[in-house]
Design a protein around this ligand. Structure first.
Ligand SMILES: Nc1nc2c(c(=O)[nH]1)N[C@H]1C(S)=C(S)[C@@H](COP(=O)(O)OP(=O)(O)OC[C@H]3O[C@@H](n4cnc5c(=O)[nH]c(N)nc54)[C@H](O)[C@@H]3O)O[C@H]1N2
Ligand SMILES: Nc1nc2c(c(=O)[nH]1)N[C@H]1C(S)=C(S)[C@@H](COP(=O)(O)OP(=O)(O)OC[C@H]3O[C@@H](n4cnc5c(=O)[nH]c(N)nc54)[C@H](O)[C@@H]3O)O[C@H]1N2
Ligand code: SF4
Ligand SMILES: [Mo]
Length: 764
């Protein structure tokens, strides 16, 4: 089928989409100073979740420079250092440029050999078919890393292979959004995000919008991370228009320094704090009676339940002054509007699934749903379902049905089964034990689990090296690829390929191709459908080029790839208070899209899973409180992976300017704690516990709690010789060796931000 045909089919009978923005006069390309300029959207790799508006300047087929697009409502001209330095990654000498193969017995050695794409596909087809024939489709695990551009497309690759085992690669407890997405679905029927006016193309000037009175920045550092479809700048802009901050963080972040109240919590104790805030607000009768009476389920019992969590208990548990918690509760309770800007720290504790519920209860109690400055539903816009978690029928009928969906390994965790998720923890167990069946082959795309995504890399490395067959698709030769890839495929970067945005619910946009890919790189999407076409019959070969691929995806939106590329962005219509007008529920009746039709303080599904129907607090499994014996040897609380300006997880270690900002692995430690351990600022130290150790430099700072160490994650040293046998030094400064693959009781949540450790100086 050619692209033209698909265009016609794709949009036939679909009405022009209704948009809020007027694209008249919005040029998408022009000539300037002898260069061609393309107005488009980023969606990296090299990595980020976001879709900032960019201007790409191209001369003679080379990307000369990149600027923020001042007209794009999303970022209004701003770019962060990683996008400004994109050329350093794009044109890096170490970019993978050709498909390569390596003999299985050489795993770990730098003996890759260049091959053609055809040969690569032939080998993969042969090896994957052998696994399928002998062990079944489910013996293949298709993994992704975090939500980069490729995010929504990976499930298609799994479908082509016929395996139900698709998901994040070795991310313990799917602890990035998994816990929050599912807990908020059970509580409120969807994921709701803070209102910073981002749903309006006119942004802060739209008369419908009001800045939140209080923004709760909870376990999140948005000015650095710009995480998950928002930009930290939006908070600053909201503050200029009156918003005030309450920050929950063990570290004094830049925003915490500007907060009315900063609660410097002990890592892993956030649920205790959330429940105490709820209790105090009810005691002070500051809750939203109308919202609670009309739109919530189980409030009276909840009010009784939270009496177990008085502020005094939270003060002791979290290690923050009681009067500050009371002050925060009164400010939240009395505020006209308040929103929850929460971060991955909520998921990164063992019972992170419940932490998310407790924080959402606070929002419901104060009626902060669908109001200006409150929490707004975050659904893919124009029904475009290729987002972080593809839903609906996007890939239906694109491949034959998966033969054994029931063989998905959810580890027996009922919540994971209910959310149709894999258990990365159980999958690693199964690689080691063969129970309930062994994974034999891996397809890892945008995933570097030995360096970053996986906890316990000392278990993942031998497990991957023991597989029958591994494919890695990446931009660079990573420690994971060096350790285990049998076939290594080079992916194209942003600017080298077309695409569509989609992580954000506010706007849909296109990613335009500015330059030809380096070497023989191909886009991830193309790799998926070209590879996949080897596994299906002709009726499923729906695309023969990328245009027709994206036109197919856009088939229900009324846009084609080209029409979207030319208007660059499109904002759907928007309204507040959708629960009042029936726009949250599929049946069109007022209320929330939950089992009770209301916001669930009492959560019937949790009762069915065998858990408390109300949010509760539980200590992390290894904390000074829950494991006092262990704490004798490892007295400090360890939180890890706080995001840094220049790196996106394990990426950018090759980028000279990003590396200059942050040359070595480091951990934050209070000067008194450092001194008590004989450590001075800048010393190389060992951070260790009963599971493992990592070497990093001490950065002493008054900004962190005295009982806590905050260590970098995802370090490797791409400047090393790949042939030196150390896998780019990946085990030297790898903090994940101190973290177990151990989810919470629901199968969700992990321990990335709440372990124990001790520190000592490395004697030179
Ligand atoms: N530059 C950059 N940006 C990124 C990424 C990156 O690697 N680099 N990664 C992306 C990804 S995948 C994600 S998930 C997001 C995450 O981005 P964020 O949600 O901002 O997550 P972190 O930076 O890990 O942690 C945020 C804050 O939580 C604090 N914290 C640590 N432990 C706890 C705790 O137990 N409780 C509380 N309340 N606070 C705690 C830390 O001190 C830190 O200030 O960032 C995305 N954006
Ligand atoms: N200790 C600790 N560990 C953590 C965390 C923490 O806070 N602390 N955070 C966790 C979280 S929230 C997450 S989401 C994970 C993230 O884990 P991952 O997303 O697996 O991150 P990376 O290890 O950087 O691996 C991503 C790989 O994708 C490649 N890549 C980038 N862009 C592209 C592209 O367009 N195409 C292809 N094919 N490849 C590309 C990069 O080169 C890199 O090798 O890490 C988790 N690990
Ligand atoms: S948040 Fe930063 S790295 Fe991400 S797209 Fe925007 S400018 Fe680029
Ligand atoms: Mo993440």
């Amino acid at each position: 089928m050619d692209a033209g045909q698909m265009n016609d089919q794709g949009t036939a009978g679909i009405p022009e989409p209704k948009t809020q923005d007027d694209p008249t006069g919005r040029a998408w390309t022009w000539e300037e100073d002898g260069m061609t300029v393309l107005r488009t959207n980023a969606r990296t790799g090299p990595g980020c979740h976001d879709n900032c508006g960019v201007l790409l300047y191209v001369k003679d087929g080379v990307l000369e420079k990149i600027e923020g697009d001042p007209e794009n409502p999303f970022n209004q001209g701003r770019l962060c250092p990683r996008c400004l330095a994109v050329k350093e990654m794009l044109y890096h000498k170490d970019r993978l440029k050709y498909p390569q193969k390596r003999a299985k017995e050489d795993r770990g050695k730098n003996t890759f050999e260049r091959i053609s794409w055809e040969e690569a596909y032939d080998i993969i087809e042969r090896e994957m078919r052998a696994v399928i024939d002998q062990y079944g489709e489910e013996a293949i695990w298709v993994t992704q890393g975090t939500g980069r551009d490729i995010n929504g497309y990976g499930p298609l690759m799994a479908q082509y292979f016929g395996t139900p085992n698709y998901g994040t690669g070795f991310l313990s407890g799917i602890a990035c959004y998994g816990p929050r997405i599912f807990s908020t679905a059970l509580k409120s029927g969807g994921l709701f995000v803070c209102d910073y006016s981002q749903f309006f193309p006119e942004r802060y000037d739209d008369p419908r919008w009001e800045a939140s009175e209080y923004i709760l920045i909870w376990g999140n550092n948005p000015v650095v991370a710009n995480s998950d479809g928002m930009l930290g700048h939006w908070i600053v802009e909201s503050m200029k228009r009156g918003s005030k901050l309450i920050v929950m963080d063990p570290t004094l972040t830049w925003l915490a320094g500007k907060a009315d109240v900063w609660l410097q919590v002990r890592p892993g104790t956030d649920a205790a704090l959330a429940l105490a805030l709820c209790d105090q607000i009810i005691k002070d009768d500051l809750y939203d009676h109308e919202f609670v009476d009309c739109w919530c389920y189980g409030f009276a019992e909840f009010a009784e339940h939270v009496k177990q969590y008085p502020v005094s208990l939270a003060a002791e548990t979290c290690g923050v002054p009681e009067d500050l918690i009371v002050e925060a509760a009164r400010k939240i309770g009395a505020a006209k509007s308040c929103c929850l800007q929460w971060g991955v720290a909520m998921d990164h504790t063992s019972e992170g699934f419940i932490t998310g519920m407790a924080c959402f209860d606070l929002m419901a109690l104060t009626g902060n749903f669908e109001n200006p400055g409150g929490m707004l539903l975050s659904e893919p816009c124009f029904g475009m379902a290729v987002t972080s978690s593809p839903r609906g029928d996007q890939w239906e009928a694109c491949t034959p049905p998966i033969p054994h969906p029931e063989r998905k390994n959810h580890g027996g965790y009922k919540p994971l089964e209910a959310m149709n998720g894999i258990s990365p923890d159980a999958l690693l167990d199964s690689m080691e034990t063969g129970e309930p069946y062994k994974i034999r082959a891996m397809w890892m795309q945008t995933n570097n689990p030995i360096t970053c995504m996986g906890a316990a890399p000392q278990r993942i490395l031998p497990a991957l090296q023991g597989m029958d067959f591994n494919v890695v698709v990446d931009l660079f030769l990573t420690p994971t690829a060096l350790a285990c890839a049998d076939v290594l495929l080079p992916a194209a970067c942003f600017a080298e390929r077309i695409g569509i945005t989609g992580h954000q619910p506010y706007a849909l946009g296109a990613i335009a191709q500015a330059i030809e890919p380096v070497g023989e790189c191909k886009s991830d999407q193309r790799i998926i459908y070209e590879m996949g076409s080897r596994f299906v019959t002709d009726e499923y070969k729906l695309w023969d080029d990328e245009h027709s691929f994206y036109d197919y995806l856009l088939r229900k939106t009324g846009f084609t790839y080209d029409s979207l590329k030319e208007r660059v962005w499109a904002y759907p219509e928007f309204e507040y208070y959708k629960y009042k007008t029936g726009k949250l529920r599929p049946d069109g009746t007022p209320g929330f899209a939950t089992s009770t039709g209301r916001y669930n303080f009492y959560c019937p599904e949790m009762a069915r899973f065998g858990f408390s129907p109300f949010a509760t607090y539980e200590e992390p499994p290894e904390s000074p409180v829950s494991a006092p014996d262990l704490a004798k040897d490892y007295p400090l609380v360890l939180t890890t992976g706080a995001r840094t300006w220049g790196f996106f997880h394990s990426e950018h270690r090759q980028s000279p300017s990003m590396r200059r900002i942050h040359p070595d692995p480091q951990f934050l430690v209070h000067p008194e704690t450092a001194a008590a351990n004989g450590i001075a600022d800048g010393d190389w130290c060992v951070i260790e516990n009963h599971l493992g150790s990592a070497k990093m430099r001490a950065h002493t700072t008054l900004r962190i709690r005295k009982d806590t160490v905050s260590a970098d994650h995802a370090w490797w040293f791409p400047e090393r010789d790949p042939g030196d046998g150390t896998l780019f030094g990946v085990m030297e400064s790898n903090i994940n060796q101190l973290i177990p693959m151990r989810p919470g009781k629901s199968g969700l949540g992990a321990s990335y931000k709440s372990q124990l450790c001790r520190i000592s100086k490395v004697e030179e």
